[in-house]
Design a protein around this ligand. Structure first.
Ligand code: PEP
Ligand code: MN
Length: 337
């Protein structure tokens, strides 16, 4: 349930509500809104809890949370969440752009890409060091060496780095290098991993599983939020359908739907969402037009020779042109990019 504080409630009154919520065996999340503060009280509801909180001084009303996800819900926090990482802003009117190769392959590859995407206006560098590959015989990533190369690229360009973490026992290692932890589509419902990233201070990019419903995506985000990490970005990266012309089917309606249900920012991945570099620029532009809070785009100096996902990667010139197009659209829809 949501404990809605009166306008002008004091900090002592909010602290007291938090103490009462904790005493009742519920988990409290304080959300300071532009209008007023609310305390979300999450956990199993028992008799008289509502009544005993309703009489606490400074409390205006107690409202049930109808959605199955709680902290992620717009009912709890009507104002959009802005995730800020270095120079990157994602959400609440800003469009963040994470660009870079599918996999970190070499020093020259990652440094040249970082430079190129920064010049084109990207605000973060993406690149996989631990790669979840469909086949065990495919390139699995440079692992810690890849993380070091990403960190070197950050030192050279100032770009925040976004990289995937695949396993709970690798969270500490990856978080030591990364500015944003990516939880990949295949791990969206790895609940121990979600809890582990929820226990870091690192913002998380949570990708939708290709067969997950939107409610399942939001409940996966809830695992991270419930551990106390508020900086979660949701990523639509396409779902599996009967259609075989594209690698996945990229539903842009997800953006609008999620904006109605959650305050969390929504990022679109037109690279995995389509699987064809020729489709990426228009889908990126369409995502910005529909109100996406961020883009994550695969860019490679020589897509033909990429060790993973070259067929969906843009070269530098294509990325630059895509950015110019997206910026014009962002301007037209009143977003900062
Ligand atoms: C990736 O971003 O390179 C990746 C593996 O994405 P996904 O988890 O969406 O397949
Ligand atoms: Mn990829």
């Amino acid at each position: 349930m949501i404990v809605v504080m009166k306008k002008g409630a004091t900090q002592e009154q909010v602290d007291h509500v938090v103490q009462r919520v904790d005493e009742l065996g519920l988990k409290s999340h304080v959300i300071v809104g532009t209008e007023r503060t609310v305390v979300a009280a999450i956990g199993e509801k028992r008799e008289h809890m509502k009544e005993s909180l309703a009489v606490v001084s400074g409390v205006d009303e107690i409202v049930p949370i109808l959605a199955p996800y709680k902290v992620a819900s717009r009912e709890v926090k009507p104002d959009p969440t802005e995730v800020v990482v270095g120079d990157m802003r994602v959400g609440a009117g800003s469009v963040g752009v994470m660009a870079g190769p599918c996999s970190v392959e070499s020093e020259a590859q990652i440094l040249s890409t970082a430079q190129a995407v920064r010049e084109a206006g990207a605000t973060a560098l993406r690149g996989g060091a631990f790669k979840p590959r469909t086949s065990p015989y495919s390139f699995q990533g440079l692992k810690e060496e890849g993380l070091k190369l990403m960190a070197a690229a950050r030192d050279q360009t100032g770009l925040a780095i976004v990289t995937e973490v695949m396993a709970t026992d690798e969270v500490d290692l990856v978080a030591r290098y990364a500015d944003v932890l990516q939880v990949g589509a295949r791990n969206m419902q790895n609940y121990r991993l979600l809890e582990a990233v929820g226990n870091t201070d690192c913002p998380v990019l949570l990708k939708r599983g290709p067969s997950a419903t939107i409610d399942e995506l939001l409940l996966a985000a809830e695992y991270i939020l419930n551990e106390g990490n508020p900086n979660v970005m949701l990523c639509e990266r396409g779902i599996r359908t009967f259609e075989s012309h594209t690698r996945f089917t990229l539903p842009l309606a997800t953006v609008t739907y999620l904006h109605q249900k959650t305050h969390l920012p929504v990022v679109i991945d037109p690279s995995h969402g389509t699987g064809h570099s020729v489709l990426v620029p228009d889908m990126a532009a369409a995502a910005v037009a529909i109100g996406a809070d961020g883009l994550i785009i695969e860019v490679h100096p020589d897509p033909e020779r990429a060790l993973s996902d070259g067929y969906q990667s843009l070269n530098f010139a294509q990325f630059q042109a895509t950015m110019e197009k997206c910026r014009r659209i962002a301007d037209a829809v009143g977003k900062k990019m």
